[in-house]
Design a protein around this ligand. Structure first.
Ligand code: PLP
Length: 382
C-alpha cells in the first residue's frame, strides 16, 4: 500500500493570495513605476485616507514598520529616561524594545490565562508598585491586541484615565479587528499597526501606520517620520527619524485592501472550524465579550510541554505548518532581564511551553483546516 501523502499545508500562503490579487496588483505597481515618486508618492496619501476610513480613525500616517510606528508614537509624547511604560510580558519583542531604545523603562505586566491579553488587575498592581517605589514616573500603557484579538480597551482606558497615562495600542497583529462593533484604530490615544508580510494586512516588505484622533499628534508623526522636518523642506524642528512608508508598499497594500474584508471573514470561518473540532481536546482561544478578532494567529494551549511537542512532531510529519508564539515571556529573554524588576509574572511564564499556533491564512480550505484538526486530535490520542 503506497497511498500518496496529502499535499503539505503551509502556515502562510502568500503565493495563493497573489494569484487572487491578479491584475490589480500589477496595475498598482505599474502606476508607481510610471510616475517614479518612490518616497511619499500619491499612493501613500491614498492609502492613509483609505485605512483611516476603514477603521474610522480621524488620521492615519504611513510609516516604515510597526516597530517604527510604536517608536514615533512614544517619541511624540517625549517618553524617555525616568519614565515607566507598562506593557504585557507575553508579546513580540518590538513592544518592549521601543521604550528601551528611548531610554525609558518597560514594566512588564502579566496576562490573562485564557485570552493571553494584558491582565487589568496585574496592570493596576504594577502601576501602584512603581508609584510606591518612587524611582520612575508612570507615563504610558502599551496594550497589545495579541494574536489579532482586541485587548480590553475599555478597561485599559479607565485605568489610564485614572492614572493620567498615555495609551498606545500595539495593533500590529490586529488591524481590522473590532470591539463592540467598532474597529480598532481609535481605542487608544494612538494606534500602531504593522504591514509585515505575515500580518493580516501585509505588504511585500516592511511597513506600518499610526492612527490617532488628534490633529496635533498626526502632524507630529508626519514630522517625526521625516527627520523632524517642519512645513519647509530642510527646516529641522526636532530630532526625528527616517520612518516613511515606501510608495511601492502603499501600492501593494491598496491592492490587498480590496480583498481584506473577505479575508477577515474567511479567517473567522477557519477559527470556528478549529473551535468546533478541537475544543474538547485543547484550550481554544477565548474571546473577550464583544470582540471580533483579525485572527493573525490561532493559538491553542496544550496540557503540558510533552503534549505540545508531540503535537508539533505529528504536524511536522504530516507536512502541516505551525509555530510557537512565543516560546518565552519577554522579561525572561536575555535582552530584557536587566530591565525587569524581578516580579513573578506566573501566567506569562507558563504559556511558552504549552502554546501552539495553527495555520489560519485566508487561502486555507475547510478540508485543510479539518485535516489540521484531525492530525492534532490523533496526536493527543483523541
Ligand atoms: C509584528 C509586531 C510588531 C512589529 O512590527 P514590524 O512591522 O515587524 O516592525 C510589534 N508588535 C507586535 C505585537 C507585533 O506582532
Amino acid at each position: 500500500m503506497n497511498a500518496a501523502l496529502p499535499p503539505p499545508i503551509p502556515f502562510l500562503d502568500l503565493q495563493a493570495q497573489q494569484r487572487r490579487l491578479g491584475q490589480s496588483l500589477r496595475s498598482r505597481l505599474d502606476a508607481v513605476l510610471a510616475h517614479g515618486q518612490f518616497v511619499l508618492g500619491p499612493e501613500v496619501a491614498e492609502l492613509e485616507a483609505r485605512l483611516a476610513a476603514f477603521c474610522g480613525a480621524a488620521h492615519c500616517v504611513g510609516v516604515s514598520s510597526g516597530t517604527d510606528a510604536l517608536q514615533i508614537a512614544l517619541m511624540a509624547e517625549g517618553v524617555g529616561p525616568g519614565d515607566a511604560v507598562f506593557l504585557p510580558a507575553f508579546t513580540y519583542t518590538a513592544t518592549a524594545e521601543v521604550p528601551l531604545l528611548l531610554g525609558a523603562t518597560p514594566v512588564f505586566v502579566d496576562v490573562d490565562p485564557r485570552s493571553f491579553q494584558i491582565d487589568l488587575a496585574s496592570l493596576a498592581a504594577r502601576i501602584a508598585g512603581v508609584r510606591e517605589a518612587g524611582r520612575l514616573k508612570p507615563r504610558a500603557i502599551i496594550g497589545v491586541d495579541l494574536f489579532g484579538q482586541p485587548a480590553d480597551w475599555p478597561g485599559l482606558g479607565a485605568i489610564a484615565a485614572r492614572e493620567g497615562l498615555f495609551t498606545l495600542d500595539d495593533c500590529a497583529q490586529a488591524f481590522g479587528a473590532a470591539q463592540h462593533g467598532v474597529r480598532l484604530g481609535k481605542a487608544a490615544d494612538a494606534t500602531a499597526t504593522s504591514f509585515f508580510p505575515s500580518k493580516p494586512l501585509g505588504a511585500y516588505g516592511d511597513g506600518g501606520a499610526l492612527f490617532t484622533q488628534s490633529a496635533e499628534r498626526a502632524a507630529l508623526y508626519r514630522s517625526l517620520r521625516s527627520h523632524g522636518e517642519g512645513a519647509q523642506r530642510y527646516e529641522v524642528l526636532r530630532t526625528g527619524m527616517n520612518g516613511r512608508l515606501d510608495t511601492i508598499q502603499a501600492a501593494i497594500l491598496l491592492a490587498k485592501l480590496e480583498l481584506f474584508e473577505a479575508e477577515l471573514a474567511r479567517r473567522e470561518v477557519i477559527a470556528r472550524i478549529y473551535d468546533a473540532a478541537l475544543a474538547d481536546v485543547v484550550e481554544v482561544p477565548a474571546r473577550l465579550a464583544g470582540a471580533q478578532s483579525a485572527w493573525a494567529v490561532y493559538a491553542v494551549l496544550l496540557p503540558d510541554e510533552p503534549a505540545r511537542e508531540a503535537a508539533r512532531a505529528a504536524l511536522t510529519a504530516a507536512g502541516i505548518g505551525h509555530a510557537v508564539y512565543y516560546p518565552r515571556a519577554l522579561h525572561e529573554q536575555p535582552a530584557y532581564r536587566a530591565a525587569h524588576d524581578g516580579a513573578r509574572l506566573a501566567v506569562a511564564e507558563g504559556l511558552g511551553p504549552r502554546i501552539l499556533a495553527l495555520p489560519i491564512h485566508p487561502d486555507l480550505t475547510d478540508e485543510q483546516a479539518g485535516r489540521v484538526a484531525a492530525v492534532l486530535r490523533r496526536a493527543l490520542g483523541a
